[in-house]
Write a protein that binds this ligand. Structure first.
Ligand SMILES: [Fe+2]
Ligand SMILES: [Fe+2]
Length: 357
């Protein structure tokens, strides 16, 4: 695609929908080593659709998802597909999953799904799978190998033996800082599947992994954590270009461990605070992770939204479309060798962490 042509198209679209959204204007066009095809996909995550009773749902969470779907449908050219990053439901009920699925069905084009813990722990993913298909799988698209994992599993003891009812199990896992929760893991079965899936993929094939939890260890107290992260990373490290995109943390984070770039996505529902700004929490953020400007606690929609992802040179650039109509880009910087925030990198532009709650 011609650079100026694609940029002009985006600008035209941005102008025509200025009241709705500011589209990312960063449009890096670099020849893709193998396929010579750059492309985009959209990423919507963590909508937490919450049933009240009867036909009532929490309106605020509905609105976040509806707006993301509408804005994604307005993107021109259309993204190749849309990922939904997990936590579609709040408490995993059929009412919530059905209601969320109905809103997502308005998306134009192909959709794919990642399992979140809020979708999983009521019936262990049974109804979700009926609606959305397998919980882990891979596919190839324009020279990139995509892998989807269910990273929100935990021990059999916690899952099957500890709680008297499925409802209680769901509630225990739903809390951010509930000590009764349990660290997430990908687990042995999926790690064996992943090792097998990667057999025969050439080492220079770009890989994009979608998970719900981070596939790195950020802060255990809030389950921003995957217990077998190192083992999963070890399977991915032999490949030269690996990108992990995760939801769950409801904030912008990025990091680089060896060959693996990590990018989080925002929620459409609400922002979580940042672990290192939380007075009781020891910072476990990896060295290179630079959190975004902290959310405004008086604006429940601050730091929520959806993202458009550019895939070029086998790396991903995340264009964050914030609810406030601001846009923000975290792109892989080849000189630095890790993802970098285009706008909010320096100390001077970071809002101070909130220390009083
Ligand atoms: Fe979530
Ligand atoms: Fe989650």
């Amino acid at each position: 695609m011609n650079k100026s042509y694609s940029r002009r198209r985006l600008l035209q679209t941005a102008g025509s929908m200025a009241a709705v959204s500011v589209l990312p204007l960063t449009w890096v066009e670099l020849a893709f080593a193998k396929s010579e095809q750059n492309f985009t996909f959209a990423y919507i995550s963590d909508s937490h659709i919450q049933h009240i009773k009867g036909s009532q749902f929490v309106n605020n969470w509905d609105r976040g998802l509806i707006r993301s779907v509408a804005e994604t449908n307005l993107i021109s050219p259309q993204p190749d597909f849309v990922m939904f990053g997990g936590d579609l439901a709040q408490l995993g009920t059929r009412a919530e999953l059905d209601h969320g699925a109905e809103m997502l069905s308005r998306l134009h084009g192909k959709q794919r799904y990642v399992m979140g813990e809020h979708d999983y722990y009521l019936d262990l993913g049974e109804y979700w799978s009926k609606l959305f298909g397998p919980q882990y799988y891979s596919f190839n698209h324009k020279g990139v190998h995509f892998i989807v994992l269910n990273s929100v599993l935990t021990t059999d003891e916690w899952t099957y033996k500890r709680w008297p009812t499925a409802e209680q199990r769901m509630l225990e896992m739903a809390g951010l800082d509930n000590p009764n929760g349990s660290p997430f893991m990908v687990g042995e079965k999926q790690r064996a599947w992943l090792a097998d899936d990667l057999t025969g993929i050439s080492k220079d094939t770009p890989i994009v992994v979608f998970s719900h939890s981070p596939l790195q260890k950020i802060y255990k107290g809030w389950n921003f954590w995957t217990d077998d992260a190192e083992q999963v990373q070890a399977l991915l490290q032999p490949f030269s270009k690996v990108n992990v995109i995760y939801g769950h943390v409801h904030q912008i984070q990025y990091n680089q461990i060896g060959n693996i770039s990590f990018n989080s996505v925002m929620a459409t529902a609400w922002p979580w605070p940042y672990p290192q700004g939380y007075a009781q929490a020891q910072s476990m953020l990896p060295k290179l992770t630079i959190p975004m400007n902290r959310a405004d606690p008086f604006f429940e929609r601050d730091a929520t939204g959806w993202q458009l992802v550019d895939v070029n040179t086998g790396r991903v650039d995340l264009n964050y479309n914030l609810y406030s109509n601001r846009s923000r880009t975290v792109a892989f910087d080849p000189k630095l060798g890790h993802p970098a925030d285009k706008q909010f990198q320096g100390e001077a532009v970071l809002a101070p962490n909130q220390v009083h709650y």
